[in-house]
Structures are given as C-alpha cells and as structure tokens.
Design a protein around this ligand. Structure first.
Ligand code: PMP
Length: 351
C-alpha cells in the first residue's frame, strides 16, 4: 500500500477535490426528506429543463453506435455565428477545459485565476503539474488586467461563478493585447447576461471562449460543452481530445434538438430573469448576470446552509470557493414555486 502510493504524481498532494452542489439522493438519505420535497437550488441548473424536442430526439438515439459529431458542430457554428473550424466540443465545458489545459500547461508553469471563481480551473492547473497564481477580485468583483510575465493561461469567468458579475470587454481586450498567454473566457452563464464577448474570438488568436449546453439549454445531465477557439488551437484540440471528444449519441442528438428550439430556451431564460429580479429584491443580494445570486449572510455560511438543508432546500455554501470567505451563499434561481419555498426558509434562517 505504502509502496504503491509513492508512485502517485506529487501534484496530487496539492489537489483540492472539486466540491459539487449537493444532490437529491445525498440530502434525502441524510435528512430523511423525500426527494420530491427537496428544492434543489445549489447547482445552477435550469428548472424548466430542455425543449420538448430534446425528449423526442432522445427516443431516436441508437445506443449501439458511436457518436457522430458533424450535425452538432454545424448547429453550434450557426448558433455562435462562427466557422465550424473554430468549434470544439467535449463532455461538458469541464471536458473541454480538461483537453485545453493539457494542450498548454506543463510542469512548473503558471496560470492566473481571479478568486473567488469556479474551482475547476485550479484543479486542472494542479493536475497538469502547473501552479495557479490567485489574484483576488476587487470590491465589485472586478479583475486586475495585469498578467504576470510567466503566466501561460489566464482564466476569466464571465458571468463569474459564484459572484454573478460580468467582466468588461475593455478589461478582456487589455489583457488579450498585453499578454501572449492563452486567455480562457468562461461564458457558461452568458445566455442569462446582457452581453457576450464571443465576437472577440474571431479577432484574437490567444482567446478561447468556453460555452455549455448545461445551463440555459437545460442539458446538464447530458454533459455537453463546447468552445470557440482560433483555428490553430482548435486543430491541436482535435488531436489531443479523447476519442469521440467524450460526447455520446444522446448528447449529440439532444444538443442538436435543443439548438433547433432557441425560442424555448429564450422563454425559460426570460422566466428566470424575472424571478432573479424578485429574489434579488427580497434578499438584497449582489447584482447578478447569471441564473444564481450571491448572498451575504450575517452568520457563517455553513451554519446557514445546514439550516436550509434541514428544511429540504439545497443552496451552496460558498466556503468551498477559495477567497469567498465564510459569509456567502449562492442560490440558483428556481421556478416561482421553488423560489417561494426558498424565500420562506430564508426569512426563518437569515432573519
Ligand atoms: N464553468 C462554470 C463557471 C460553471 O459554473 C460550470 C458548471 N458548474 C462549468 C463551467 C462546467 O459546466 P459543464 O461541464 O456542465 O458544461
């Protein structure tokens, strides 16, 4: 045992495992709440689910065949208005980032990460044997545009998880123009925001814009993500990616179906934005451009989180986000009924 554990890569010592939002099964078992009574607002999912076209597409899937990505790439190129050669796909944006970091990061190299933010950037950096440089965000969660000379990759999340704010186009351009490092702009939540910076991807050859079908399109369980990358990066991505890019027949078929019904997606986004406003007013949260709110708590967030869980409401205790401190929770915007249940509990828990 001792002998074989010595063969593990040393970078694993630095690894802090990814902490996901809690699920129905875990909470139901732990608190004895029946799953149908649980309100799940901890993982920034879309409570309206995908277009009905997705469910019928699923029934036409042939599980015995390997997936074919062509139709999906065409649909994504149309949706993003970018050439097919610039589109890369993966098992969620997580899968896309995994392949991408393996293209660029070697032992001893550095990445720049603005805290608090999505923790997978740090995990991937560490797994490549590289070192994250953490740069804290400013008082309005804005980022510094200074990139240290030795930085190989910069991660910018906009809208940022968990703070919900956008990074300005000016700041992103300043960074792109002042560095040779690869800038990964994570737009997982962009369909809920006022604007996207995707158009910059056609202009800068060091910018990759990550996107996902998990959020606005309601396909989190099917694991489908993509990125728009300059051709020189997209070409290398296709060489280094796992066979079939980690996608499945089901993710391709449902991705194509979801992209064919953008009206459905926009209607569910509109409903979420209306509720986001209501929740924000009621909780006094920070402004948000995403489908979740970042809320300050008077008491430590683990205590607050536990009280919500006892009431069958899953929210996210933000202590697991490096740099978020001990007094923030993140709450996904649910359906009006779910939000009512959250607000009732909020008044009891945070009064
Ligand atoms: N980026 C951000 C900021 C996220 O919050 C998430 C999901 N939690 C992802 C990327 C990954 O999304 P997925 O792998 O589901 O596409």
């Amino acid at each position: 045992m001792e002998k074989s554990s010595k063969s593990l890569r040393p970078c694993l010592d630095q690894l802090k495992p990814y902490i996901a939002g809690k699920g129905y099964t875990e909470i139901s078992r732990k608190y004895g709440v029946p799953p149908e009574k649980i309100v799940k607002l901890g993982s920034n999912e879309n409570p309206y689910g995908p277009s009905p076209k997705v469910l019928s597409a699923m029934q036409r899937v042939s599980p015995e065949r390997y997936p074919e990505p062509e139709e999906l790439i065409t649909s994504l190129a149309e949706y993003t208005k970018c050439p097919e050669q610039m589109i890369v796909i993966g098992a969620g944006m997580d899968g896309v980032m995994d392949t991408l970091t393996r293209l660029f990061l070697d032992k001893g190299e550095k990445t720049q990460i603005y805290t608090p933010t999505f923790s997978y950037y740090e995990i991937l950096t560490t797994l490549c044997g590289a070192t994250p440089l953490f740069v804290p965000r400013g008082p309005r969660f804005e980022i510094s545009t200074k990139i240290r000379e030795e930085v190989k990759m910069v991660f910018i999340c906009s809208p940022n998880n968990p703070t919900g704010n956008l990074t300005s186009g000016e700041d992103v351009k300043t960074i792109l123009e002042s560095t040779k490092s690869i800038v990964f702009l994570d737009e997982a939540y962009v369909e809920f925001a006022e604007r996207s910076l995707l158009k910059l991807a056609r202009k800068y050859d060091n910018l990759v814009v990550g996107r996902t079908m998990s959020k606005a399109f309601g396909l989190a369980g099917l694991r489908l993500g993509y990125a728009v990358a300059p051709e020189w990066i997209a070409d290398q991505y296709r060489r280094a990616a796992p066979p079939f890019f980690g996608i499945t027949c089901a993710s391709v078929a449902t991705g194509v179906a979801a992209l064919s019904d953008q009206d459905y997606m926009k209607r569910s986004v509109d409903k979420i934005l209306t509720e986001r406003d209501r929740l924000r007013k009621e909780t006094g949260s920070h402004p948000s451009q995403a489908n979740f709110l970042y809320i300050e708590t008077a008491e430590p967030s683990d205590i607050v989180g536990e009280r919500f869980l006892q009431r069958g409401i899953i929210i996210r205790d933000c202590r697991s986000f490096r740099g978020a401190g001990d007094y923030h929770i993140r709450v996904s915007v649910g359906t009006p009924e779910e939000n009512d249940l959250f607000l009732t509990a909020y008044r009891e828990v945070c009064a």
